[in-house]
Design a protein around this ligand. Sequence first.
Ligand SMILES: Nc1ncnc2c1ncn2[C@@H]1O[C@H](COP(=O)(O)OP(=O)(O)O)[C@@H](O)[C@H]1O
Ligand SMILES: [Mg+2]
Length: 302
Amino acid sequence: MSEVIEKGALFELELELPNDKIAAATKRLVGFEVRYQRLHRDLRLLADPQELTEWCKEFHHKELPICAVVMERYPLVIFAGDVGTGKTATAEGACDRLARVRKKEAMLFKLSTRVRGSGKVGEMSTLLNEAFEVVAKQAGKTRQAFLIIDEADSLASTREMVQSHHEDKVAVNTIIQKVDDLRRHNGRILVFLCTNRGAALDPAIVRRAARTEEFNRPNDHEREELFRMDLEGLGVKDQIVHELVRLTGARDGQPGFTFSDLRSKLLPDALCRAFPSRALTGEDLLQAANDVRPSPMVKNGL
Ligand SMILES: Nc1ncnc2c1ncn2[C@@H]1O[C@H](COP(=O)(O)OP(=O)(O)O)[C@@H](O)[C@H]1O
Ligand SMILES: [Mg+2]
């Protein structure tokens, strides 16, 4: 294994925003608009505290303590919830939207899980430091950088855990320190931390989050919306759609399907029953819904 990890390896994704591919994927996310409507003002405040100062001047004609309080928050948002409930996709979509709304050049970085390194002493914090440095440099250039720390529980698990290794503790301390530094960038860096195990995150990180969004498995309406969107053009009858919704809900002691169970397991399974020799039928979908199992619930939620 090489001693030096190249800069490129720090991030699994590094791209300019707005990005049309992300925008197209976001359009196909059930519930995104509702969630984004709820989130966007707050995200905007975090990404551009200057706007708040201007608002305060315009509508209150003086400095207000409430604005100072709001501006003191850390530009850190936590997305917590089960695997496959849309945390990563929503974080990417939200960054893209913010870049569009604010008409500012922006870069999106997604931290690679490779920053865990190979277990050498100090390696993980060195890589984390390097990653934040690259992001800070970029924020200086383009004025806005978004950083998604995905699967954050693998980096930022609570230091209280019995089996927590010294290396992991150092990494958590590094993240905390970096988050503390973020405020200096005046919103130019906004961090999204996604985790499947919110309760395992270190409390010092959770406490710093300006906002924590919970993600759940889709309810009946959301699964129906997904089926109607993804089965468009097949002429599937309402009755079949309703049965699919029932079969993919929580039942017989098993949890309901996640969004990714539906899209990456159930629908491909149904299609493979017909492909390549015949047309896809409602019966294929029902059989797939009966055969495919939802992924088990991740313990340690929020
Ligand atoms: N709200 C949603 N609507 C439709 N499909 C979704 C939604 N959220 C997630 N998915 C599907 O599940 C896949 C995995 O989502 P992802 O964001 O990676 O989940 P998580 O980060 O919570 O594990 C996505 O690529 C998408 O196909
Ligand atoms: Mg994810």
